[in-house]
Design a protein around this ligand. Structure first.
Ligand code: MN
Length: 401
């Protein structure tokens, strides 16, 4: 084992990983691209003497495409695997000494609904008197276009949104702070390369060539606003107030060994959605809640990404099946990732069955939905712990309106 492997290996941020982010080394200093290595952040532009990385976002690098991504990864491996090359140490700063920023300028943002367990749970909660899955669900990856301008980096405070809501028995709607503020535990992917010409779909079997890497996503949701506004056109203000992503983008290349077969799709999907196996990523995911003013973090959910019904390749093939283009820096999120067992769901609306079964926290308090001051932290890693996705944390601040 080299020093380099030792330095990074135990943390989920070793040589096998090398995720990309954007950092500034000090107050007022310029943003630049870095890779996380162990407890350090390496200034890639300085280390490789390459202007692609002396930029405030990853987008220029994302645009360069898979051969270039592989070349840079090889060069980083070489530079970082030998600690005697003090050159790399000269360009590395302790993670605690830098400020992390949104890693890429988010282009278009799409959010899917690809977990059959989540879609089934939500169907039961929102439409208790009908079939939980709508007739289209097993035939296409349901999704909607979200608001890219409110995608924020982990650590950004989340202001409780206000909006229009109507209680089931109320005669008229009212306006005020959401009372049902929730999370959605998701995994997103970021596109790159030359994209597709307008009018020309990306075939499912080539879709992964257009994906640079993955991030962890918290798609904050106001369930009372959502419940009143969403029919017939879908999510709007109950979702668009904020979406948090991890500061680190894990290259798909690092996750190649962790592809596994997805669940059987029945009925069989249409030919344009037939993906090669293994099509899913094997990632363990978890949610932790740190209550208002609390010193302790409570685990509230633990689940896996490996059973997702619609894979990333199927999502991207579907999103471009009408000829819509993608660009470097577009973000596609999976939708809430849930299991079917208690404690494996990726949202509070499922974990507490819309508040009917509040969670008992060990400090004696309970939670149905989020309270001001609560902090939620999402984590993800490969089951062997070798690769840890960047955390996604956010603290709820009181409504301002
Ligand atoms: Mn979502």
């Amino acid at each position: 084992m080299t020093d380099g492997e030792h330095r990074g290996g135990s943390t989920g941020f070793g040589l096998e990983h090398l995720p990309y982010g954007v950092f500034s080394p000090g107050r007022g200093s310029e943003r630049r691209v870095g890779v996380r290595f162990g407890d350090g952040v390496v200034d890639v532009g300085a280390l490789l003497d390459d202007d692609t990385f002396r930029q405030p976002t990853l987008n220029a690098f994302l645009a360069q495409g898979p051969p270039r991504w592989a070349e840079v990864r090889t060069r980083l491996h070489e530079a970082l695997s030998d600690d005697r090359a003090s050159r790399s140490l000269d360009h590395t700063r302790p993670i605690d000494d830098v400020t992390l920023h949104l890693p890429f300028a988010v282009g278009d943002y799409v959010d899917f609904y690809s977990s059959i367990e989540h879609a089934t749970n939500l169907g039961r909660i929102m439409r208790p008197d009908s079939e939980p899955l709508l007739p289209n669900w097993r035939h296409l990856p349901v999704g909607y276009h979200g608001r890219s301008g409110t995608v924020v980096v982990s650590g950004t405070p989340i202001t409780r949104p206000s909006g229009q809501t109507k209680a089931g028995d109320a005669a008229a709607p009212s306006f005020g702070p959401t009372r049902l503020l929730d999370i959605e535990l998701e995994v997103g992917f970021v596109t790159g390369g030359s994209g597709n010409p307008l009018g020309e779909p990306i075939p499912v079997k080539q879709a992964l060539d257009h994906i640079f890497g993955v991030v962890l996503v918290n798609d904050w949701s106001a369930r009372d606003i959502q419940g009143w506004e969403y029919q017939p056109l879908g999510p709007f203000l109950g979702k668009s107030f904020a979406t948090s992503i991890s500061a680190w983008v894990t290259p798909l290349e690092a996750l190649r060994p962790y592809f596994v077969d997805g669940p059987t799709q029945e009925p069989p999907v249409l030919p344009y959605l037939r993906a090669a196996e293994p099509r899913n990523l094997d990632l363990d995911l978890s949610v932790e809640l740190t209550p208002t003013g609390g010193a302790h973090a409570y685990p509230v959910s633990r689940t896996t990404f490996r059973h997702l019904y619609w894979s990333m390749a199927q999502q991207l093939a579907h999103a471009t099946a009408n000829g819509a283009t993608i660009r470097p820096g577009d973000l596609f999120a999976s939708g809430t990732v849930s299991g079917s067992e208690p404690g494996t769901m990726g949202s509070f609306i499922e974990l507490t069955w819309r508040g009917a079964r509040p969670l008992d926290l060990a400090d004696g308090s309970t939670r149905a939905f989020l309270e001001d001051g609560d902090t939620v932290t999402l984590r993800g890693s490969t089951p062997d712990g070798i690769i840890a996705l960047g955390d996604v944390a956010g603290t709820i601040e009181p409504a301002r309106y």
